[in-house]
Write a protein that binds this ligand. Structure first.
Ligand code: CO
Length: 136
């Protein structure tokens, strides 16, 4: 029985810069670092409340997910952070130099507003920011 999403791991080329990004730019609570000798890795954790796994699949055989699957066959596609003020967060991150895939948010699942940060601004990871609709 699966009970929770325990964590998502992102391989990062610059450990300190990535910690700073998740702490300062995304404002996540930083638990600290731990060296895992057996895995020859150092780790940093940012605990978050309950989340969802989203499975994404092309709707009509084309679009960005179709291209992704054609190229890689499937895989971890993006992380999505929830925002309570997406326009403010986008403006703040743009001011820090983050590039987005679109100029402004567009409709997402659950009547949310969503926007994606370009993977090149986040060590190759596609990050979505969403703001759920008020009645969801
Ligand atoms: Co998503």
């Amino acid at each position: 029985m699966i009970t929770a999403l325990d964590h998502i791991a992102i391989a990062v080329p610059n450990f300190e810069a990535a910690i700073k990004r998740f702490m300062e730019d995304f404002g996540l609570p930083f638990e600290g670092t731990e060296d895992v000798l057996a895995a020859k890795t150092k780790t940093a954790f940012f605990p978050l409340p309950a989340t969802s796994i989203e499975l994404v699949h092309p709707l009509n055989g084309d679009g960005p997910i179709a291209k992704y699957i054609e190229k890689r066959g499937g895989g971890i596609h993006h992380l999505c952070f929830r925002s309570d003020n997406i326009l403010e967060d986008v403006a703040r991150l743009k001011a820090k130099g983050y590039e987005f895939l679109s100029d402004s948010p567009s409709p997402g699942a659950h009547d949310s507003q969503v926007i994606f940060i370009h993977p090149k601004s986040c060590d190759g990871v596609l990050i979505e920011i969403n703001q759920p609709s008020k009645d969801h």
